[in-house]
Design a protein around this ligand. Structure first.
Ligand SMILES: Cc1cc2nc3c(=O)[nH]c(=O)nc-3n(C[C@H](O)[C@H](O)[C@H](O)COP(=O)(O)OP(=O)(O)OC[C@H]3O[C@@H](n4cnc5c(N)ncnc54)[C@H](O)[C@@H]3O)c2cc1C
Length: 647
């Protein structure tokens, strides 16, 4: 639950909050001195009737839902388990624990899959890529590949895959790779060279041998949104723009977290988050406001590449139990389906050696290089050139395709395992599960990190088993049996009780009454021509409280050939005409809020275009810049496209 809404006065809310806290006995102390002035509520005692309870104590029923926090919101909540991090690992665990019937809260500092899980290659690995280097991960991927094709079928495009050796690749590696495959029960089928070249005419004639493998493409955004909504329907609470700043502890260990609402657009939240030095709590509440507190007997750190920094908030012993390195990878998106199946180069894992077809585009990746936790990953021109040049060996006509954009993600790699135990590409792809109580650190804190998107379900199941053991519950996991439906529309009943229904985020009654009616010409119109997205459908999701970044994830708005050049100004215009109320932080239907949301959406799209300015793409960027000036006005000169073409 969140105290106060976007529209009520901040001071009144804060006073209520302080009064509620003052009436409670304090049994907890925040782990970090930065929060030592807090007197958090004791567990099992209701704060304004809003908190839940520890196992066995009185429990207030909670409504499940998804909520985006403003800078003024103060969360006071309690559950069986708190999960930090809304990527594949955290959301997978949310689903696992919800299916086991536990009361769960997830806190994510930005938006859905805003970290690595929103910037990956989209490959459901068969495991064969790791057959020559990391056989345990290879076996895990093989098992999960088969399982996810069953339970997450609507999100998997079973394209199949192929490994190809070029004439100058080491034949010794092919033998080692085949041995590795056999050892873990993988059976790559030889693919006749000529059949392959007629099935995939864009591939190089320099291919000397090839093997078919069960690789596939996976829609990570669609899958994770469905898991969030399904979990919310089962009672889970998900808070976005909710940055965890420290741990609450008592004599027995960790008993909850302190939280700050970051507010703003997703782009603003993402830009501000990495600016906090690694291992420090991050932002303070607004002047006069307070930290939120979410308590639970078990807290799970599922912050992926930032897992070590998050553990450090509980002390240096907890941090040293989490040997996670951050390894950046860069990917290039091309505007055509260059291949119809996943194509891998048969050589030791290296740069630019995998093509994954996704809908009308193809993604080429990736590179590898260690980075620091407080850097926001971005694709540099050097990395883009490296990936492009390497990719040309497999697809010689690559230079004729238009590169739509480049993007970067950060792998959570394990330093202490994998072949050689070295960071970077030779670091471990396996996953880490730490019970910090046993590791000599903070009891009640669990860390789950590393792994692959492909293995997120297995990671969640292992973490779920550990959480149940710590809670003294004997409930088996069910994620291997329960199918995940594709939710095309926001299901009714998953928003918070008290949230506005269709009509917008956080509007008051009078604002709702005065809102303008939808223009009739919305019917049948398109929001995005490239991806054929129905405008009325897009508007209905915005009415439910989602932002433009969510439309991109759910409906692929702005992900097609024009990369948002035409659809973002169109959406801005329609939002204004239709009376969209703007974000919860700016509850009035004002132009600046709509422009901020639109600019944030374009900024995310255009950040990736900056390093792919050649050929047709350079012309598209020039068009985007001119379009901004025409549609968004003078201010656009300082906006996201400004200067793109001059680079
Ligand atoms: C370039 C690249 C390509 C890849 N391709 C593939 C692939 O094709 N197939 C595959 O299977 N795997 C792939 N992977 C690996 C896979 O993407 C990751 O292993 C997986 O997405 C990690 O998920 P996660 O939830 O652990 O981390 P993340 O997705 O990064 O989630 C962690 C979340 O924690 C949040 N967070 C951090 N600190 C806080 C805080 N203090 N408070 C609140 N929230 C916080 C972050 O905002 C973030 O959203 C790839 C990785 C990279 C880098």
């Amino acid at each position: 639950m969140v105290e106060g809404g976007g529209a009520s006065p901040e001071v009144g809310r804060d006073r209520r909050y302080r009064r509620a806290r003052g009436e409670l006995a304090s049994t907890l102390t925040p782990a970090r001195s930065a929060h030592s002035s807090l007197t958090p509520p004791s567990l099992g005692v209701s704060a304004q009737g809003r908190t839940g309870s520890r196992a066995g104590a009185r429990k207030t029923p909670q409504a499940g839902g998804v909520r985006w926090l403003s800078r003024r919101d103060v969360v006071i909540d309690h559950a069986d388990v708190v999960i930090i991090g809304g990527g594949a690992t955290g959301i997978g665990l949310l689903w696992d624990l919800s299916l086991r019937g536990l009361d769960v809260i997830l806190l994510e500092q930005a938006g859905l899959a805003a970290g690595t899980s929103g910037a990956f290659h989209g490959l459901l690995h068969s495991g064969m890529r790791y057959a020559g280097t990391d056989r345990r991960t290879a076996a895990e991927c093989l098992e999960e590949n088969a399982l996810l094709k069953k339970v997450a079928g609507p999100f998997v495009k079973d394209t199949g895959g192929v490994f190809c050796r070029l004439d100058d690749d080491d034949p010794g590696w092919e033998r080692r790779w085949l041995d590795g495959c056999r050892e873990v029960g993988l059976r790559p089928k030889p693919f006749a060279r000529n059949s392959l070249l007629s099935a995939e005419p864009s591939l190089s004639a320099r291919i000397v041998s090839a093997y078919a493998v069960p690789d596939a493409a996976i829609d990570g955004f669609g899958l994770l949104w469905s898991l969030v909504w399904s979990s919310a329907a089962a009672g889970a609470r998900v808070y976005f723009r909710a940055r965890v700043t420290g741990f609450l502890t008592d004599d027995a260990g960790v008993r909850g977290v302190t939280v700050v609402g970051l507010g703003g657009t997703e782009e603003e939240a993402l830009q501000s988050a990495p600016a906090f030095p690694a291992g420090t709590p991050g932002p303070a509440p607004e002047p006069g406001a307070a930290f939120g507190e979410v308590t639970a007997p078990v807290v799970v750190n599922a912050t992926g590449p930032w897992a070590r920094e998050t553990a450090a908030l509980a002390g240096s012993a907890a941090a040293s139990a989490v040997p996670v390195e951050q390894d950046k990878g860069v990917m290039l998106v091309f505007n055509a389906r260059l291949v119809s199946r996943v194509v891998n180069r048969l050589r030791p894992p290296a740069d630019g050696d995998i093509f994954v077809p996704h809908g009308p585009v193809t993604i080429l990746g990736t590179s590898s290089g260690l980075v620091r936790g407080d850097e926001r990953p971005a694709a540099t021109p050097e990395e883009v050139c490296l990936v492009f040049e390497q990719g040309q060996a497999l697809v010689p006509g690559l230079g004729l395709a238009a590169p739509l954009r480049a993007y970067a993600g950060v792998r959570p790699l394990l330093r202490a395992c994998g072949s050689g135990g070295e960071p970077g590409r030779r670091g471990g792809r396996g996953f880490l599960l730490v019970d910090h109580g046993e590791a000599g650190g903070a009891a009640g804190l669990v860390t789950v990190a590393g792994g692959k998107f492909t293995t997120f379900r297995a990671m969640a199941q292992a973490a779920g088993d550990l959480v149940c053991r710590l809670l003294g519950k004997n409930v088996p996991g069910r994620t291997a049996e329960v199918g995940i439906p594709r939710l095309r529309r926001h299901p009714a009943g998953t928003r918070y009780a008290g949230e506005p229904a269709a009509g917008g985020r956080g509007r008051t009654g009078s604002e709702r009454d005065s809102s303008r009616a939808r223009p009739a010409r919305l019917d049948g119109a398109l929001a995005c021509d490239c991806e054929l997205v129905d405008l009325a459908h897009a508007m209905s999701l915005l009415d439910e409280g989602l932002g433009l970044a969510d439309l991109r994830r759910l409906l692929r708005v702005g992900m097609g050939g024009c990369q948002g050049v035409f659809c973002s100004p169109r959406l801005a215009g329609v939002l204004w005409q239709a009376g969209w109320p703007g974000s919860r932080q700016r509850p009035r239907p004002d132009g600046p809020a709509i422009l901020a949301e639109t600019a944030s959406f374009e900024q995310a799209r255009m950040a990736g275009m900056k390093s792919t300015q050649w050929g047709a793409q350079a012309r598209l960027a020039a068009l985007a810049e001119a379009f901004d000036e025409l549609t968004l006005g003078e201010d656009s000169r300082a906006g996201p496209h400004a200067g793109v073409t001059k680079q």
